[in-house]
Design a protein around this ligand. Structure first.
Ligand code: C2E
Ligand code: MG
Ligand code: MG
Length: 695
């Protein structure tokens, strides 16, 4: 039964009574009555009924229409009119007064009931809707997002105030046209926005999302992200789409800054090596498609830069580099790329050249420009440079190759006295210049931490467990990738760089061995290769002792590998050093046994502990049955001399089985594990080894 409280506003007392009786019979409560507009307003405010029944022609200083409007607007109480006429103009007035119904007289009880019930229902729904809208508006404001709501049938968009504000527009400056939005999108981003919208409307994507540039009313582009969702009918056709719009300019700028810094040099702002190689590679691909379209690469190294830097200080050095960068830029065309590779090295990509003479002319220009006197504080310095040039030809497939050859040509120019350019030719690869180049790079490699030590497990044949590892040097070359010792160790040996490099390997390997031992492998050892020059170094033992003190590694955890040729060079010296090492617990191994004198009787004279059989022997087993008996003899004799035997270069199961059958102690080879990083060895050591291997 309804219990709503109804207020009656009616001129005629009799009619009012009549209505009241009907309401009561229908179960409503009559909250009060009034016979004039102004009293109706006053009493309704006081009594707060659920609904007002009001005579359309209510009189008073305030008439029925005005009273109804006031009640609706100020007290949020629904008004239903009662009137004799239901003509169009009357009904229009009722609508304007925001009435919830109009009942014609004479009043029928069922009319009254249904009109009141509907009005109450409709009013309660309006209230809920308004509350929800308010909640939504609050949420939107709190999120600081702009909102858009697109009626796809009428093609009108509602843009929230915040949406407009974000772009610097006032409420009335943007209408309801979708183009008010799309015309502001940056021309380069238009397609992406349209494609993403279309994809979602077609149902290809679960929601619409797009980051794009959009024009602010001040003319500048901002970065925005728009997200939205379509509402679909039963057939899946979208008829409405709504979403949000946020300003992400700050985030985008930060991202751009980071991305820029990652590929640019901080001092000169020029592209760095990574970006240069990337552009060079792209340029190379272009010429591969169209071989007529030539380009050239220049490698520039400032002459005597180190002297300036060391004598005048880094601030001067930096200033000189900036000056040089600016002058180099002036010699180029807009499509050329100039990069600072490192230190005083620059590279240039000449985007379009017809032949080598083009590049020569640019090099001449650069020489002229650089020599213009530079004032650095009080001292006058003008940078001169050595320039290497390489013109693309079809033999080149990577950017790294081009840069390497330009670099070789630059070294050639430098070796000819500097302040000149040289065009690369093939002889430069094999010449002494190439060695000078590697030497220069290798010096940098040490400074720039490009040298790494990898470790190859050495495995016990008795139980299949790794018992130690051989330290093997690698060079992570910025252009040529990971290089093996054969590519550079000879240069290191010839130039004496091996002394510092070797010490670095020793220190790194000892620190690593200490870490493995502390991680629960107390008997694991590391074996380090020692070159001829290192072995001859009078301070070798002292250096090793120092490294033990530094790293806390006990002597028995280190083995040193030397080759036969090194050992036999000066027998007395070798014996002396080996004895000193033995005194510290350091074992010496004879590496690559079988490639030199291979005289076991000679070996007896050295206080050696380990013999490593060269991989060429092991790998020859199947091809050459004579080798089998030779290896058998070597192993047997070595054991009788008390030497531990290690088989190197084990690649096949048969080789492993063979060594096992001869009771060889340990083995090393790709079959058992390739050289890997120290961290990977740590992981390997954590594994379970089930028992004897290979058989
Ligand atoms: P090595 O001392 O005889 O080292 C073993 C070489 O054989 C390593 O080559 C290793 O990768 C390779 N090897 C291992 N298992 C197999 C296999 O199953 N099959 C084949 N074909 N090869 C295998 P890597 O690392 O290229 O080293 C070459 C040489 O460079 C070494 O020969 C060593 O004489 C020298 N070397 C390496 N690191 C250093 C170092 O730090 N200092 C000095 N002075 N020389 C080093
Ligand atoms: Mg070795
Ligand atoms: Mg070896």
């Amino acid at each position: 039964m309804p219990k709503e409280r109804i207020f009656i506003a009616e001129n005629e007392a009799e009619t009012a009574l009549n209505i009241a009786a009907k309401l009561e019979s229908l179960g409503y409560i009559v909250a009060g009555q009034a016979d004039r507009g102004e009293t109706a307003i006053q009493k309704v405010e006081e009594l707060q009924p659920d609904l007002v029944l009001m005579e359309f022609h209510l009189q008073g200083q305030v008439n029925g229409l005005k009273a109804a409007k006031h009640i609706h607007a100020n007290f949020d109480i629904p008004v239903v009119f009662i009137g004799a006429h239901a003509d169009t103009s009357t009904l229009q007035s009722a609508v304007k007064a925001q009435a919830y119904g109009y009942i014609t007289t004479p009043l029928e009880a069922h009319d009254l009931n249904s009109n009141i019930a509907l009005a109450l229902y409709k009013h309660s729904m309006d209230r809920k809707l308004r509350a929800s809208e308010e909640r939504y508006a609050l949420a939107v404001r709190a999120a600081n997002d702009g909102i858009w709501d697109w009626n796809l049938k009428t093609n009108e968009i509602y843009y929230s105030i915040r949406w407009k504000e974000m772009l610097g527009f006032k409420e009335d400056e943007i209408g309801t046209d979708p183009n008010d939005w799309f015309k502001l999108v940056h021309p380069d981003d238009q397609k992406q926005v349209q494609d993403n919208l279309a994809a979602h409307l077609k149902g290809v994507t679960p929601h619409f999302e797009c980051e794009y540039r959009i024009k602010h009313s001040n003319g500048a582009y901002r970065w925005g992200v728009s997200r939205g969702l379509a509402v679909r009918d039963a057939k899946g056709h979208a008829y409405r789409m709504a979403g949000s719009q946020s300003d992400i300019t700050a985030r985008k700028l930060a991202e751009e800054r980071l991305a820029h810094d990652a590929v640019h040099d901080a001092l000169t702002g020029l592209p760095n090596r990574v970006l240069f190689l990337d552009r060079l590679q792209n340029r190379l691909e272009r010429t591969k498609r169209n071989p007529e379209d030539l380009f050239a690469v220049m490698f520039i190294d400032l002459d005597r830069f180190k002297v300036v830097n060391d004598s005048l200080g880094h601030a001067f050095g930096d200033q000189l580099l900036i000056t040089a960068a600016n002058r180099l830029k002036q010699c180029l065309r807009p499509n050329d790329t100039i990069s600072r590779l490192s230190g005083d090295e620059f590279a240039i990509l000449l985007d379009t050249v017809s032949d080598i003479n083009n590049a020569r002319r640019v090099a001449d220009r650069i020489k002229g420009q650089l020599i213009t006197t530079t004032l650095l504080g009080v001292v006058e310095r003008s940078p001169a440079a050595s320039i290497g040039i390489v013109l693309f030809n079809s033999r080149y497939s990577t950017a790294g190759e081009l840069l390497r050859d330009a670099d070789s040509a630059m070294y050639y120019a430098k070796s000819m006295g500097g302040n000149q350019y040289q065009v690369f030719d093939d002889t430069m690869h094999t010449s002494a210049i190439e060695l000078i180049r590697i030497e220069g790079e290798l010096k940098h490699a040490v400074e720039r931490n490009e040298l790494l030590v990898h470790y190859q497990p050495i495995v016990s044949l008795a139980n299949g467990k790794p018992v130690g590892a051989e330290a093997l040097l690698r060079w992570l070359h910025p252009l040529r990738g990971l290089l093996a010792p054969q590519d550079f160790i000879q240069v290191a040996e010839d130039t004496g760089l091996i002394l510092s490099i070797g010490e670095y390997v020793l220190r790194t390997a000892c620190a690593q061995a200490k870490a493995w031992r502390e991680a629960g492998h107390p008997n694991f050892w590391v074996s380090v290769n020692i070159s001829a020059r290192q072995f001859q170094d009078k301070n070798l033992v002292e250096k090793i002792t120092r490294i033990f003190t530094e790293t806390g590694l006990p002597g028995e955890a280190l083995r040193l590998e030397i080759t036969e040729s090194v050992a036999v060079r000066d027998k007395d010296y070798t014996v002396k050093i080996m004895n000193e090492l033995n005194a510290q617990g350091v074992h010496t191994s004879l590496d690559d046994f079988g490639t030199g004198y291979s005289s076991l009787s000679y070996l007896k004279q050295f206080p050696l502990k380990v013999l490593k059989i060269d991989q060429s022997f092991i790998q020859d087993i199947q091809n050459n049955p004579k080798n089998e008996s030779l290896i058998a003899a070597i192993i047997t004799m070595a054991r009788s001399l008390g030497l531990e035997v290690v088989g190197e270069g084990v690649e096949k199961v048969e080789q492993l089985t063979f060594l096992q059958s001869l009771l060889c102690d340990n083995a090393q080879g790709f079959l058992l594990g390739s050289p890997i990083s120290g961290m990977e060895i740590s992981k390997l050591l954590e594994k379970e080894f089930p028992g004897p291997i290979g058989v």
